[in-house]
Unconditional design. Structure first.
Length: 632
C-alpha cells in the first residue's frame, strides 16, 4: 500500500530540538516521518520474506544461545530446543542489499538521535518494500554480522582460518575471559534485546498472515495493522542501537549506547502485539465458528452434533437436564429426534415455560452460537422456538407464537403446518381461549360473545349497559343467547393473556399474504389502546369488530334495527347496521413488542390499501406497572 504523508504544522512546531530523538516522539510523530520514506506498491518484491525470516531465526536463535553459554562460562546447554527449519532450495539471498543495510548499521557513534537517523536511512533504502520485509531485511543484515561473529568465536581455537578472521572481526576483544568479565552485563543485555527484537518481528509476520481476513469481520485487525509501521520502526532502531553497542564494546570505546530505553520500548511493542494478535485470533475463531455453524445448518447432519456445536465451540461432553424426570441425562437422548429449541433470556413467565416439557442445557458459560441465534434467527430477548428435524435442518425459525396460539393442533409446528393452519378462519378460540374457562365453554357451544374493553371507564359503563339490554332483547325476541366478556384492564393478568394471544396470532401472519383473517387480527390489535372497542364472535368465528364509536352506536341504537331480526337474523342485521354506523376513515395504530424473528419493513393498513408508517416506541416496563412511553 502506498503512503504519502505531509508533516503537519503542529508536528513541525513540536519537533523542534527533539526532532531526531525517538524517545520523545509520539507514535503519530514517528508515522509522520517514516511514511515519507514508504512508497511500497507491491510491484518490487520478489523477495521470499518467509524463507529469509527462517534463515534469520536459525542464525539468531543459535547465536544468542552461544552467547548465553559463553557468558555462563561454557555450560553448553542443548540446542535440541530449537526447530531445524529448512529453507527452500530455490531461495536466493539478497546479499548486496544486506551489505548496503549493514553499512548503515556499522561504525556509528552512540546516541538515540544517531540511531533514529540510521533508521530513516535504512527505511529510505527499503522504501519499495512492505513493512514486514523492511524489518526482516534489517534484522537479516545484522544477523549476517552477529552470526559470523559468534560462529568464529567457537571455531577459532581449532581453526587457523577462523582465528585469523576472528582477529579481523575483533572477536577476541569481546570473548577473552577478562573482556567477558568486564562486559558480562552489557553482553547479556544486548543478547536479550536481540531475542526480544526477533520476537517482535516474528509477531509482525504472524499478524501479517492474519490479514487475509476481512477487517469488517475481524475489526481488531484494523488497529493492529495501523500499528505495524511503528512496530517496525522500533525493531529497526533497536537493531541499530545494538549494532552501535557491539561496535563500542569491541573498540573499548568510552561512549557506550544506553539500551535500557530501547528495551522498554521493545517490551511495550511486544505487549501490544501480543494483545492485538490474541484479540484478532479470538475474533477469527468466532468468524470461523460462525461459518462452520452456518454450514452445518445448511448441510444435513445429525441433530445432536448440530446442537452441541450451537451450544459450545469446544467439543466437550454435554449434559442436559430432563425437566420431566428431574434428572441429568446425556445429550445422546436427542439422537434421531425432532428438537424444539426454546431460546430466551431469564426474563420469562411461568406460562411461557409451561407450554411444553423441556430439556434444559446445563451450561453456565456464554452460548457460543449466540451471534448466530441473534443474526440468523433474529433473537430479540423475547422467547422463541426453533424447530429442528433429526438431521438438524430448520423446519421453523420461530414457532413460539404458533405453538402459543394453536397448541397441539399445529403439531409438529413446521412452516408447512403453519401454512395449513393459516387457512383456518376460526381464529378467535385459539387466540383467547386461555383467558378464562368460561370463554372456552362459550366458544365450544358456538355462542355469540361480545369481547370488549378500553381505556375510558365511561365508555365501558355505557357499552355494558346497552349490550346487556341488547342481550335480553335478542334472547327474548329471537331465542339467541349472547354472552358478554369484559377484558378488564385493571385485571392485569387477564388483560395481558388476552392481548398476548392476539399479538401472537398477528406475529404468525406477519410474513403471509394479506387475507381476511390477517386483516381481522391486525384491526383487532389496533384497538388495544383505544378509548373503547368490541369484538363480536360466534364461537370461534369473527362476526364483526369495531372501535368504541361505531360499536357503541350499533348496540345503543338497537331499536332502529330490531325489526330486521325476523327477516335477516341477528348476525346479518348487526353487521349491516354497524357498517352504516362507521365514521369516515380513521388511521389504524399498531403496537407490538419487539418479538423474536424478522419483522417486515412494511405493513398494509387493515382498513385501506395504504402502507402504514413505522414508529419506534420506548416503554419502561419494570414490574409491568409503568404505562408511560415516548414515541420517536
Amino acid at each position: 500500500m502506498a503512503h504519502t504523508t505531509k508533516l503537519s504544522l503542529k508536528s513541525l512546531l513540536h519537533f523542534g530540538e527533539s526532532e531526531h530523538n525517538p524517545l520523545t516522539l509520539s507514535d503519530e510523530q514517528i508515522l509522520d516521518q517514516i511514511y515519507s520514506t514508504h512508497v511500497h506498491d507491491h510491484t518490487d518484491t520478489k523477495l521470499d520474506v518467509n524463507s529469509l525470516f527462517t534463515l534469520v531465526e536459525n542464525i539468531l536463535k543459535r547465536s544468542t544461545h552461544i552467547v548465553d553459554n559463553v557468558v555462563q562460562g561454557g555450560s553448553h546447554a542443548s540446542l535440541e530446543q530449537f526447530d531445524n527449519k529448512i529453507v527452500q532450495t530455490s531461495f536466493t539471498s539478497p546479499l548486496c542489499l544486506l551489505k548496503k543495510i549493514s553499512s548503515e548499521l556499522s561504525c556509528k557513534p552512540a546516541g538515540e538521535e544517531v540511531a533514529h537517523k540510521t533508521t530513516l536511512a535504512i527505511l529510505d533504502k527499503l522504501s519499495n518494500y512492505s513493512w514486514d520485509a523492511k524489518a526482516i531485511l534489517t534484522l537479516a543484515a545484522f544477523a549476517l554480522e552477529y552470526g559470523e561473529f559468534w560462529l568464529l568465536s567457537q571455531l577459532q581455537p581449532t581453526d587457523l582460518l577462523a582465528r585469523s578472521l576472528a582477529v579481523l572481526k575483533r572477536v577476541p576483544v569481546l570473548t577473552k575471559p577478562a573482556a567477558l568479565q568486564k562486559y558480562r552485563q552489557a553482553i547479556t543485555e544486548f543478547n536479550s534485546l536481540i531475542k526480544s527484537t526477533l520476537q517482535v518481528i516474528e509477531l509482525i509476520f504472524e499478524l501479517e498472515k492474519l490479514t487475509v481476513y476481512d477487517t469488517n469481520e475481524v475489526p481488531a485487525l484494523t488497529p493492529a495493522i495501523e500499528q505495524i509501521p511503528v512496530d517496525v520502526y522500533w525493531a529497526i532502531i533497536t537493531v541499530a542501537a545494538i549494532a552501535t553497542q557491539i561496535d563500542a564494546l569491541t573498540t573499548d570505546s568510552e561512549h557506550k549506547q544506553d539500551l535500557s530505553h530501547f528495551g522498554q520500548k521493545i517490551n511495550i511493542t511486544l505487549s501490544k502485539l501480543r494483545k492485538h494478535i490474541t484479540l484478532t485470533k479470538q475474533q477469527i475463531a468466532e468468524v470461523e465458528y460462525y461459518r462452520k455453524l452456518r454450514k452445518v445448518f445448511q448441510t444435513p447432519t445429525e441433530i445432536m452434533e448440530v446442537f452441541k456445536l450451537l451450544i459450545s465451540s469446544v467439543d466437550v461432553p454435554q449434559a442436559i437436564y430432563d425437566g420431566a424426570t428431574k434428572t441429568t441425562v446425556n445429550i445422546d437422548v436427542l439422537k434421531r429426534k425432532n428438537v424444539y429449541l426454546f431460546i430466551s433470556t431469564l426474563d420469562i413467565t411461568e406460562e411461557e415455560i409451561a407450554v411444553m416439557a423441556w430439556y434444559v442445557v446445563q451450561y453456565f458459560g456464554a452460548i457460543a452460537g449466540f451471534k448466530f441465534i441473534k443474526e440468523e434467527w433474529y433473537f430479540k430477548k423475547k422467547p422463541m422456538v426453533v424447530v429442528l428435524n433429526p438431521q438438524g435442518k430448520v423446519q421453523h425459525k420461530n414457532a413460539f407464537h404458533f405453538i402459543e396460539v394453536w397448541g397441539l393442533k399445529g403439531f409438529p409446528f413446521t412452516t408447512l403446518d403453519q401454512e395449513r393452519i393459516d387457512r383456518e378462519v376460526n381464529w378467535v378460540g385459539p387466540a383467547v381461549s386461555c383467558i378464562h374457562p368460561t370463554v372456552d365453554a362459550w366458544i365450544k357451544e358456538e355462542k355469540y360473545i361480545f369481547f370488549y374493553g378500553g381505556n375510558d371507564k365511561d365508555w365501558i359503563q355505557q357499552f355494558t349497559k346497552y349490550a346487556s339490554a341488547l342481550k335480553e332483547a335478542v334472547l327474548k325476541e329471537s331465542k339467541i343467547s349472547i354472552e358478554l366478556f369484559h377484558v378488564n384492564k385493571e385485571d392485569k393478568s387477564l388483560f395481558s393473556r388476552f392481548w398476548s394471544g392476539i399479538e401472537s396470532l398477528f406475529v404468525t401472519k406477519l410474513h403471509k399474504t394479506v387475507d381476511i383473517v390477517t386483516q381481522q387480527v391486525q384491526r383487532m390489535l389496533s384497538y388495544k389502546n383505544e378509548t373503547g372497542w368490541a369484538l363480536l364472535s360466534k364461537g370461534s368465528t369473527v362476526v364483526v369488530s369495531g372501535h368504541g364509536t361505531t360499536i357503541l352506536e350499533t348496540v345503543a341504537e338497537f331499536d332502529k334495527w330490531r325489526e330486521t331480526l325476523i327477516n335477516k337474523g341477528f348476525e346479518l342485521s348487526f353487521k349491516e347496521y354497524h357498517k352504516l354506523a362507521r365514521p369516515p376513515h380513521r388511521c389504524s395504530h399498531l403496537e407490538i413488542h419487539n418479538v423474536a424473528g424478522k419483522l417486515p419493513e412494511t405493513i398494509k393498513c387493515p382498513d385501506c390499501p395504504r402502507t402504514m408508517e413505522i414508529f419506534f416506541s420506548y416503554k419502561c416496563c419494570h414490574n409491568h406497572e409503568s404505562t408511560g412511553n415516548a414515541n420517536h
